[in-house]
Design a protein around this ligand. Structure first.
Ligand SMILES: Cc1ncc(COP(=O)(O)O)c(C=O)c1O
Length: 403
């Protein structure tokens, strides 16, 4: 009767059973995985949001598959203000980043084909791909002081002869959960690798506005700044004639702390001919659904302004949480906060393993299994006993060590 897309086994596990049991008994549970900013005790300018949505023009229906021109212009102006200029005609609006994935997967791959995603990364990829009838394959991250894309491994995977070539490489910038962001040098090589093989690049940049300023400045001083996978701050005119067809994803959900508004966007970048064709096809796909609401598009400019304040509040909260996490991971702790560039996660390595040269930590760890996926310094306050992470079973190795 039903399609096989939805046959995911979701049996209850120890954690979900424990949560169920505690929720029936406890008055209040601290959910450390909570990521809903509207429920994190931040103050939201509710009246200003309501006023932004009260535009009488919203009564008029003017279907536009790419999104209303005024809304795309507002997104472009906001991006320019933050040093990432983009031409409005390179933008397509969606109801969310999740929907953007669905449109792009339809654009780039046929059922049964594969997309490559990083490991570890955003767990929703499995579902987003499966709903489009696609398979997910993973590429590893390297760890050497900080996580980064293992470009050599990625290249080998793209060239593997025993599997069908992937249709797209997905990255999360900064990655969730490792918190590491794309550098200009990495981007150049990534675009070269993907461009040479006709594979598109999809960069999820929903957390790019939450960079650790200290790391961003340090990267810029070294001449290898943190960049978007798209125009790279030099503007659309500088888009290369070669290189990979690239899509950068953003939205109000994370960058403005407004997930309930349902407005996201895709920035298309790369070789001009491919970009034009991709946008035309995307427009066709989007036209089939026309899912972005007129009220939010009419309000986009104002919501982006309001969102800047919410973003600052979220940024402050993240900094506080990170500080709380650091305090807990004092020098005597068996866990250590790893270097990160930004995002909403604080990756923690567990276990104190002395490596060669006496240095401590995962880069030199003999027992790399001690690397945990990471404790989270999300929007909720860090109240967990980080030390308990030691007891967590880690049976998978999420990183590849450089020799
Ligand atoms: C990396 C990443 N991308 C996308 C999303 C979802 O964004 P949206 O609400 O725009 O679908 C999330 C949500 O947690 C996320 O962590």
């Amino acid at each position: 009767m039903f399609s096989r897309r939805l046959t995911w086994p979701c049996p209850p596990n120890r954690l979900s059973r424990l949560v169920d049991e505690k929720s029936t008994r406890a008055r209040r549970l601290f959910d450390l995985t909570g990521s809903n900013p509207t429920r994190a005790g931040l103050s939201y300018p509710a009246e200003a949001i309501a006023a932004a949505l009260a535009d009488a023009g919203a009564a008029l229906y003017e279907p536009s598959a790419r999104g209303l021109g005024t809304a795309r212009a507002a997104v472009a102006e906001d991006a320019a203000r933050r040093g990432r200029p983009v031409a409005p005609d390179r933008l397509l609006l969606t109801a969310s980043t999740s929907e953007a994935y669905a449109l792009l997967f339809k654009l780039l791959a046929d059922p049964g084909e594969t997309v490559l995603v990083p490991r570890p990364s955003y767990p929703l990829f499995d579902y987003l791909a499966a709903l489009e009838g696609l398979r997910v394959s993973t590429y590893p991250l390297a760890f050497d002081d900080r996580f980064s894309i293992d470009l050599d491994a990625l290249e080998s995977l793209l060239d593997a002869r025993d599997t069908a070539p992937p249709r797209a490489v997905v990255l999360v910038n900064p990655n969730n959960p490792t918190g590491t962001a794309l550098r200009r040098g990495e981007r150049a090589r990534l675009r070269e690798i993907c461009g040479a093989r006709g594979v598109a690049l999809i960069s999820d940049e929903v957390f790019l506005d939450y960079l650790d300023q200290h790391e961003a400045d340090a990267a810029a001083r070294c001449g290898d700044p943190i960049v978007s996978a798209a125009s790279g701050g030099e503007g659309p005119a500088a888009a290369p004639a070669d290189g990979a067809l690239t899509f950068a994803l953003g939205g109000l959900s994370k960058s403005c702390g407004l997930p309930q508004m349902k407005l996201g966007w895709i920035v298309a970048d790369g070789p001009g001919v491919l970009v034009s064709e991709a946008l035309e096809r995307l427009e066709f796909i989007a036209d089939t659904y026309l899912s972005v609401g007129t009220p939010v598009m009419r309000a986009a400019g104002r919501l982006l302004e309001i969102g800047a304040e919410i973003r600052s509040a979220i940024g402050r909260r993240l900094a506080e949480n990170l500080e709380a996490l650091r305090r807990r991971l004092n020098p005597g702790s068996a866990c250590r906060l790893l270097r990160r560039d930004g995002g909403s996660m604080g990756p923690v390595a567990a276990g104190s393993h002395r490596g060669e040269g006496g240095s401590e930590g995962p880069a030199h760890s003999r027992d790399a299994r001690a690397l945990l996926r990471g404790e989270v310094s999300r929007l909720g306050r860090v109240v967990g006993e980080v030390e308990q992470l030691r007891a967590a079973p880690v049976d998978e190795l999420p990183v590849v060590h450089r020799p």
